[in-house]
Design a protein around this ligand. Structure first.
Ligand code: 5GP
Length: 206
């Protein structure tokens, strides 16, 4: 029988490097790890693809999914809705996989309530100045949208203390190693591994 998988929530201000860090971590853990694909009502950006980066849906479709209980959690961020489809997560956890949710802080809070066994990591930029430069450097949003994301970022930073771990993305490779270390240690937490001791004892007695 597989051990139950690990649900890893990663939150942090937009532009702090979550997407890059998560993708590097997924490259390193290979078949063991999956990124949950969220549903959103926001328009597609740049080279994003439907079903890969997000499921891009209308507000009506989003509401229908919420009403049908198909979301683990959902939240409004800026003018748009974002939510985590629950079905694929349950399947992957049953298969013993590590499932990463890249979600904002309201979503993080809801997952904490619904699935307390989830491990939650808050990713932060080294400073707000660096965050602003990164957001502007993406070149995908208007000055007004960048300013709005920065004001949300300040509020989000206040929630870092609700998370199990805080990782500062100053040097990218260090932040990747930190997240890998968190995954590795989390899989050894006693609630997940105590059954192995029973196996050790049974073996000794048989
Ligand atoms: P972006 O528009 O930059 O792709 O995402 C904006 C914010 O929404 C990011 O902080 C991202 O982590 C968050 N987000 C993406 N998917 C979900 C989701 O399914 N649920 C919640 N609560 N937040 C999400």
């Amino acid at each position: 029988m597989n051990d139950k998988g690990l649900l890893l929530v990663v939150s942090g201000p937009s532009g702090c490097g979550k997407d890059t860090i998560i993708s590097k971590v997924l490259d390193r853990i290979g078949d063991e790890g999956f990124l949950s694909v969220s549903m959103t009502t926001r328009p597609m950006r740049g080279d994003e693809q439907n079903g890969v980066h997000y499921y891009f849906v209308t507000e009506d479709e989003f509401r229908r999914n919420v009403e049908a209980d198909r979301m683990l959690e959902y939240a409004q961020y800026g003018k748009n809705y974002y939510g985590t489809p629950v079905g694929p997560i349950e399947t992957l956890l049953q298969q013993g996989k590590t499932v990463i949710l890249n979600i904002e802080v309201t979503g993080g809070k809801n997952v904490r309530r619904l699935m307390p066994e989830a491990v939650e990591v808050f990713l932060a930029p080294p400073s707000l100045q660096v965050l602003e430069q990164r957001l502007k450097g993406r070149g995908t949003e208007t000055d007004e949208a960048v300013a709005h994301r920065l004001s949300i970022a300040k509020e989000e930073l206040m929630h870092a203390c609700d998370y199990d771990y805080i990782v500062i993305n100053d040097v990218l490779e260090d932040a990747v190693e930190d997240l890998l270390a968190i995954i590795r240690a989390s899989k050894l937490i006693k609630d997940r591994t105590i059954h192995k001791i029973c196996e050790v004892i049974n073996y000794a007695e048989s």
